[in-house]
Ligand binder design. Structure first.
Ligand code: MLT
Length: 269
């Protein structure tokens, strides 16, 4: 489905009934990375899965920022007349989930922070974003895909599921350069979210692949440590998965999400 929000055409899936859960993809990917969870969880949840602006079937148009992506999600919730949803984001999607909490906390029923971090980019990481922008502009999405694909997947996945590496490479390679460049600037300029963690009052699940080398389990432990004790947040470490845990171990991630949704509990919307 396509909807007009904040001056762009935003593509999304809206499948299932029950508690609304918004799934936010990572960089430089699209909503298809959540296909397994969307299908499996749609029997118990309303799964809303957008392509962020500049990715998948959504229009690539500025402005690009983590806050803008969050505002686009809220505009989508408005169109769908959803008051509040569980927000589940992986990596860049996790940065956006935290921005959503910071900017629109009344719209957030719960949070799932997958393979992500709360800190801002270091000076070295910012320089790396600029280099990646130059690479994307010179050589296109395929060059970014070639550079990143190996690091995104865990060792076990690369050995046991070589076809998944090709799927992920293809997903990255089909993203528009304008969207990739816009997102790299948004990632580079995103704020630190550690204070945001301390302000969270809704149920939160932190999830990470044991073999994630981009946002290693230590980042997730730091997130868990910063969350207020009273919300009883959990950390789920997915064995034999790297950064793209939801694609690498789809059933394990789906189970973790299903268990978490039970703890969020039913609420009429
Ligand atoms: C992602 O998977 O979204 C990226 O690794 C995020 C980042 O580069 O910071």
């Amino acid at each position: 489905m396509i909807v007009q929000v904040n001056g762009i055409a935003l593509a999304y899936d809206d499948v299932g009934t029950g508690m609304p859960v918004v799934f936010l993809h990572g960089f430089p990917l699209d909503r298809s990375m959540w296909s397994n969870q969307r299908t499996s969880l749609s029997l118990r949840a309303r799964c809303i899965v957008p392509d962020l602006r500049g990715f998948g079937d959504s229009e690539a148009a500025p402005p690009y920022s983590i806050d803008q992506y969050a505002d686009d999600v809220v505009a989508l919730l408005d169109v769908l007349e959803i008051e509040a949803a569980v927000i589940c984001g992986l990596s860049m999607g996790g940065y956006i989930a935290l921005a959503l909490w910071r900017r629109h906390s009344t719209r957030v029923r719960g949070l799932v922070l997958c393979d992500t971090r709360a800190t801002a980019d270091s000076p070295e990481a910012r320089a790396g974003r600029d280099a990646a922008i130059a690479l994307a502009m010179a050589d296109g999405a395929a060059a970014i895909a070639d550079k990143q694909v190996t690091g995104l997947l865990g060792k076990a996945t690369r050995t046991r599921q070589p076809e998944l590496a090709e799927e992920v490479r293809a997903m990255m390679g089909r993203q528009p350069v304008a969207g990739i460049v816009g997102a790299l600037g948004a990632l580079r300029d995103r704020p630190d979210s550690q204070d945001t963690l301390r302000s969270i009052t809704v149920p939160t699940l932190v999830l990470v692949g044991a073999d994630d080398t981009i946002t290693p389990p230590a980042e997730s432990r730091a997130i868990l440590d910063a969350l207020p004790d009273r919300i009883g947040a959990q950390l789920d470490i997915i064995a034999d998965a790297g950064h793209l845990s939801c694609l690498e171990r789809p059933a394990a991630v789906t189970h973790a999400l299903a268990d978490f949704l039970v703890t969020v509990g039913p609420r009429p919307y």
